[in-house]
Design a protein around this ligand. Structure first.
Ligand code: NDP
Length: 271
């Protein structure tokens, strides 16, 4: 019987993870199954318990359960996930109800690989603006700071959340969009869900420095933030690359094999 994996979220019907992991499995000749489970908003732990009891070997966790997944990991949490306080990958060692439960977070490494390897952009020495203070922003903040930017500023609609996130991680500053003043950035990362509602964070167009990259973690659609970046003369990229790279890291944690992400990303981008 193949090893079983799932992505758990609410909503989750839109998730491309089953398709991506099917590509990885075919590429590396792994006999696995990967499905979607929509957990009730008040039933994350119950849902994971049932999947584990049925022999499930691992899960990706998406909105809005990443903080609950962190709490669920009773046996071990990786350093990067502990720093983030959120988990997006669960590993069930052994299988069955008595399996060891380990947690990790692959969002940060996924974003960094997409920006530095796929897009060929440096982070070291750059002025970075991170928009948002939810699970995605929390997951990538530590790895971004570790990449050595000249400065990293967090802006969020709820300014207090950005401030406390910045304080916890020693980022340069955190606050509301209206506090950005005339500051300019080389790398502007939109980790908000605004694009899903066809909205952009309220960012002054002057925030894009000449030659800047505007990166929206939302994928598969041309968001108002990407349009804003293009209008300001910046390079504009969506989060498709991050999605594939964070999935590849999860696959590695589960199977010990590293997929070649380039053909999968190329296929994902095909209309
Ligand atoms: P959360 O719900 O935890 O956080 C949402 C964030 O977006 C909050 O900071 C919220 O601000 C902000 N926000 C929502 N609407 C607006 C708006 N109209 N204007 C300004 N800010 C807004 O979500 P996640 O952090 O988990 O995910 C964020 C996005 O990143 C999602 O769209 C998700 O699909 C994407 N993502 C992509 C990944 C990839 O691999 N490409 C990986 C992970 C996430 P406030 O705090 O004020 O409410």
């Amino acid at each position: 019987m193949p090893d079983c994996y799932v992505v758990i979220g609410n909503p989750v019907a839109h998730s491309k993870s089953p398709w991506i992991h099917a590509q990885f499995a075919r590429q590396l000749r792994q006999d696995i199954e990967y499905a979607r489970i929509e957990a009730p908003l008040d039933g994350f732990a119950r849902t994971v318990d049932a999947f584990r009891a049925a022999g499930g070997r691992g899960a990706n966790v998406t909105l809005p359960f990443k903080e609950q997944a962190f709490v669920y990991c009773r046996d071990a949490v990786s350093l990067r996930a502990r720093v983030a306080g959120v988990v997006n990958t669960l590993i069930f060692e052994g299988g069955g109800p008595a399996s060891e439960i380990r947690g990790d977070n692959t969002d940060g490494v996924g974003l960094l690989r997409d920006i530095t390897v796929n897009l060929g952009r440096a982070i070291m020495g750059q002025r970075v603006l991170l928009m948002g203070a939810g699970g995605a922003a929390q997951g990538v903040l530590g790895p971004l700071l570790g990449a050595g930017p000249q400065c990293l500023v967090i802006a969020n609609r709820s300014a207090a959340k950005a401030r406390s996130l910045a304080q916890r991680h020693g980022a340069a500053a955190g606050g509301g969009y209206d506090e950005l003043g005339g500051a300019q950035f080389d790398l502007l990362i939109n980790a908000t869900s605004a694009g899903l509602a066809d909205e952009a964070p309220p960012l002054p167009p002057s925030a894009f420095a000449p030659g800047a990259l505007g990166y929206d973690m939302v994928y598969g659609r041309d968001t108002p933030f990407l349009a804003m970046a293009r209008a300001a003369g910046a390079e504009a990229r969506d989060g498709g690359g991050m999605l594939v790279e964070q999935a590849a890291e999860s696959f590695f944690l589960w199977r010990g094999l590293r997929p070649d992400t380039a053909p999968v990303l190329a296929a994902l981008r095909q209309p």
